[in-house]
Design a protein around this ligand. Structure first.
Ligand code: OKP
Ligand code: ZN
Length: 347
């Protein structure tokens, strides 16, 4: 399998995130991608290629232009508030929740930062825009490889993407790489595309982007939002709206779920994708379902990820893998490459 990787991911390097009133070291760190790359190379898994360059057009197919403009200039605006800000990560402090307007665009940078975000756990740093943009280019290049006839391709990117909506960041995510990939597959001619999100956390951004559409099916297996981040989306009764009714499937599972239980849900998601009639598949590949993950609550073992890959391959669809979460840094490479190897082995 071809991997598309670029070292610019490391330009996004948050120092701290807000957690229960404290600033704690970031979980989403450059070493995550480095470990995956190392493991790909150690197993001689396949070619690792640099992404092609794309303009912002493919990004604004799923993200609002004013949000993209905000992200591109955010770091400079943050530093302009106070030169000392160059030494600290940018965080929002104000959010326009219910009864506020979200159609306004305040001149104040902190006000706009809150308008375009939904949590205080996602630091924005000097290189966030460049890293996120390069990550989207990885996803788009992976789509190109699949369109050129490859059975699958892996976009090894960070920061992750599935929590980012059309016009907001959060959950360590800024640009929704999986959604950008799905839209690019549509634009290249696939009539129906499915996004399957196997990260521990619900892909609220991806769901929201495609919620009213009948051409992109979204299925997610994740920790029950009653107790797990992102809390306010990911419930089983969310089935899509308007033309998209029936094209959204959430399979929340209780904290502590093991692989047997998780795999049953995977089978349900894959059956739904098959009856939808998808012509291509995008997998939001988070491996924070691993038992040793420091911020998640499922109990998959490293060997289980090989079976995950084989189950995904059985769907028989051209597949773009997009890297998402996984914070047990020492095992993130093994677990990720296990999925890819399980997929590749099942011919
Ligand atoms: C991103 B992805 C931990 C708090 C958790 C956000 C989790 C985002 C996960 N200190 N906050 O889905 O892996
Ligand atoms: Zn996650």
């Amino acid at each position: 399998m071809i991997t598309i990787y670029n070292h610019h991911h490391a330009l996004h390097h948050g120092k701290v995130e807000m957690f229960r009133g404290e600033l704690v070291p970031c979980f989403e760190i450059p070493a995550r991608a480095d470990y995956v790359l190392q493991e790909l190379e150690r197993r001689n898994f396949g070619p690792v290629q640099a992404p092609s360059e794309f303009g912002n057009e493919a990004i604004t197919r799923v993200h609002a232009r004013r949000y993209v403009d905000f992200l591109a200039g955010a770091w400079d605006e943050w530093v302009a508030l106070d030169p000392a800000n160059a030494q600290r990560d940018a965080f929002p402090s104000y959010w326009p929740i219910r009864t506020f307007r979200s159609d306004v665009l305040p001149a104040s940078f902190p006000a706009r930062m809150g308008l375009f975000s939904y949590d205080a756990g996602s630091p924005l740093t000097s290189g966030t825009w460049q890293a996120a943009r390069a990550g989207a280019c990885c996803a788009l290049t992976a789509v190109q490889r699949v369109n050129a006839g490859a059975r699958s391709a892996f976009a090894l990117t960070r920061p992750p993407g599935h929590h980012a909506g059309a016009d907001f960041f959060g959950g360590y995510c800024f640009l929704n790489n999986a959604a950008i990939a799905a839209q690019a597959l549509r634009d290249a001619g696939a009539a129906r595309v499915a996004v399957l999100d196997v990260d521990f956390h619900h892909g609220n951004g991806t769901q929201a982007i495609f919620y009213d559409r009948s051409d992109v099916f979204f299925a997610s297996l994740h920790g029950d939002p009653h107790t797990e981040y992102p809390y306010y989306l990911g419930y089983a009764d969310e089935q899509g709206e308007g033309a998209g009714l029936g094209a959204n499937l959430n399979l929340p599972l209780p904290r502590g779920s093991d692989f047997a239980r998780w795999r049953e849900a995977l089978a349900r998601a894959l059956a739904a994708i098959a009856s939808f009639g998808a012509e291509a598949l995008v997998v939001s590949l988070g491996v924070d379902t691993f038992a040793g993950d420091p911020i998640s609550g499922f109990r998959l073992q490293s060997a289980d990820f090989v079976q995950v890959g084989a189950d995904l391959a059985a769907a028989g669809l051209p597949t773009v893998f997009v890297f998402e979460g996984g914070y047990a840094v020492a095992e993130v490479g093994i677990n990720t490459v296990n999925v890819l190897e399980g997929f590749a082995q099942r011919g």
